[in-house]
Design a protein around this ligand. Structure first.
Ligand code: ADP
Ligand code: MG
Length: 616
């Protein structure tokens, strides 16, 4: 039996759970619903009329959490305890963000590895997933308070350029906040939904969505045909937005007015004043203020000159997106402006000019339009709207590592999702019993230049000469852009699969463990994982060799048998001793000892086969 929700404000019974739409932004987050009476999307506002919740999390000395405007106020006074722009860190390792780590006023743990990045606040370590979950929890609570109903289901938006890891991290953050995340939707797709595009049957349109927010820039080209959204191409830059405008102005002031401070507080004040100036100049021609006793000022003309290179970078992305979609500027019917930074007049004018005076949609509040669209999507999922299908594309190519560290692409970038592709592989060593499936994402030829998403072993391949096993690897991307990789040896039927991206993403149980894990040190976590991986690999090899020796009794000399058994014992002891380096070294040695056996087995099999043949 399903649950029945009663709205205690109105006394009415709600048949379906409310599904909310959430824009989890780098700078601002907000939550929206489609009103039952008017069927219109609506951002949920506090009594003060504000819908935007700054994506800022503050911790006091006891670890109490504050989110939003109250947290923003601490950016100047308590920079180390006040976390902003956490979305930039979602699904990232320290290596990924090391170039940008210095510009943050809070502490990122520098372990220089591929492990998920952690942020240190006082004595506690937080992952970006947890920090984002605090923001989502705040949004959920606000909406529950205002709507007077329990909220447990949501659609959350992400930039079109988010990779699988980042999408999974967003999903995990929702889960951690107690939300059932029904769908992850690309922000530009949501924005066009908010303008009602795609809701009319027989409508056919090609749309460019230009989204310049606080931290990310997304350019998307969508095509709507008969109520179906298809993303033809996406392009963008996850490190380009209004924050950069602020930074450019800060640097200008620092050099012009000699404000060179290592004091975090003054830097933050500079940052906030720069943002105030930027907003002011969207409607005025001149700005003046005081920072640390010094007068700073800027004219609109000077500011626009400073911004030009940044805006030109977004134009390059527009050009590339058009190229990927094999379209000309003239093919675009409508341009949608999204993100607070599109309020800058120079941005709007430049884009209007680039797209050659096309129909420009900017009537909805650009800060709210994504959340409004997420609410529309939520409404569709709740079954309150006409049947609509959203097709998205993969922003980056997905593939496997093959011999020599080469990237073998199965799903090229900008392929439509959902999508399924299969390809056959084989072994390169005789008697090879396992095959490592390493999944990568990126555009480079060598996997070392791409991003590893996950890795697993297909084990138990029956001993066959190299080239005989047929291992079919299938990539399946679901509507959320989550990838499932399956490997199956077709002769024996053994199969193994994995949902990606577990490398930085998390399983359900892991998410539940996360709050506890945050208390332990990031480095310890990593060491445990490295040890587990080494032990697993060692155990796999021990099992394989044990099976081999049992099956092929007599193939090894007594000497070889005792050397092998002795090395196996040494490896078992290393596993018991939980010494990662030792385990790896002894695994290597055992591998060297046993490698010739497989080759000999093949010779042996061949000789037997020849003996059986009669040559006249
Ligand atoms: P995000 O999607 O990254 O969370 P938003 O769409 O909320 O970001 O946009 C936030 C950015 O918009 C910030 O950099 C903010 O300074 C900028 N912004 C907001 N209002 C204005 C304005 N009037 N003029 C210029 N920039 C603005
Ligand atoms: Mg945004």
């Amino acid at each position: 039996m399903g649950k029945i929700a009663i709205n205690i404000a109105t006394g009415s019974i709600q048949k379906n759970d409310i599904i909310v739409g959430i824009d989890l932004g780098t700078t601002n987050s907000l939550i929206a619903i489609v009103r039952e009476d008017t069927k219109q999307p609506l951002a949920i506002r506090e009594i003060d009329g504000l819908a935007l919740v700054p994506s800022v999390v503050h911790f006091d000395e006891y670890g109490n959490v504050t989110v939003g405007a109250a947290a923003s106020e601490k950016l100047i006074s308590e920079p180390q305890n006040t976390i902003y722009s956490v979305k930039r860190l979602m699904g990232k390792s320290y290596k990924d963000i090391s170039n940008h780590a210095d510009s943050l006023s809070y502490k990122i743990i520098d372990d220089n590895t591929d492990a998920l990045v952690k942020i240190q606040v006082n004595d506690t370590f937080y992952s970006p997933i947890e920090l984002s979950s605090f923001i989502l929890k705040e949004l959920k609570q606000r909406a529950e308070h205002i709507l007077k109903t329990n909220i447990s289901k949501a659609v959350i938006t992400v930039p079109a350029y988010f990779n699988d890891t980042q999408r999974q991290a967003t999903r995990d953050a929702g889960k951690l906040a107690g939300l059932d995340v029904l769908r992850i939707v690309n922000e530009p797709t949501a924005a066009s939904l908010a303008y009602g595009m795609g809701l009319q049957p027989n409508e056919e349109k090609t749309i460019a969505v230009y989204d310049l927010g606080g931290g990310t820039f997304d350019m998307s080209i969508l095509k709507i045909t008969n109520g179906i959204f298809e993303v033809l191409a996406t392009n963008g830059d996850t490190y380009l937005g209004g924050d950069d405008m602020d930074r450019i102005l800060m640097e200008h002031w620092q050099s012009k007015f000699g404000i060179n401070s290592n004091d975090n507080s003054i830097l933050q004040e500079l940052r906030l004043t720069a943002e105030t100036a930027k907003k002011h100049l969207s409607n005025n021609d001149f700005f003046e203020s005081n920072i640390a006793g010094k007068t700073v000022n800027i004219s609109k003309t000077t500011f626009e000159a400073l911004l030009k290179p940044l805006i030109d970078r977004t134009l390059a992305c527009c050009t590339n997106a058009l190229k990927d979609a094999t379209l000309q500027v003239t093919d675009i019917d409508t341009v949608v402006m999204v993100g607070g930074s599109t309020r800058v007049p120079l941005v709007k004018n430049t884009i209007l000019q680039f797209f050659n005076k096309k129909e420009l949609f900017d009537s909805l509040n650009p800060d709210e339009v994504v959340a409004l669209g997420a609410a529309v999507q939520a409404d569709i999922l709740a079954g309150n709207n006409t049947e609509m299908l959203l097709l998205d594309v993969t922003p980056l190519s997905l593939g496997l590592e093959t011999m020599g560290g080469l990237m073998d692409v199965l799903i090229p970038r900008n392929s439509k999702v959902p999508n399924k592709v299969g390809r056959q592989y084989t072994t390169h060593i005789d008697g090879q019993s396992s095959m490592r499936i390493s999944v990568f994402q990126g555009e480079r030829d060598l996997v070392q230049d791409n991003r590893k998403l996950a890795e697993f072993n297909l084990t138990g391949i029956p001993g066959m000469p190299a080239g005989l096993p047929k291992v079919e690897v299938t990539f399946l991307i679901d509507a959320d852009g989550i990838l499932k990789v399956t490997a199956k040896e077709l002769r024996s039927g053994i199969a193994q699969s994995i949902d990606i991206t577990p490398k930085y993403g998390l399983t359900d149980e892991q998410v539940e463990q996360m709050l506890l894990d945050s208390l332990t040190h990031a480095k310890d976590d990593m060491q445990v994982r490295a040890l587990t991986e080494a032990s697993t690999e060692a155990q796999q090899m021990l099992d394989t060799i044990e099976r081999f020796m049992k099956k092929n009794d007599g193939l090894l000399s007594p000497d070889e048998t005792s050397t092998t058994l002795a090395q196996m014992q040494i490896l078992r002891e290393a596993i018991t001793a939980r010494n990662k380096n030792l385990i790896q070294k002894e695994t290597e040695t055992l591998n060297d000892i046993s490698r010739p056996y497989a080759e000999r087995l093949m010779d042996f099999a061949l000789k037997n086969a020849m003996n059986g043949k009669k040559i006249i």
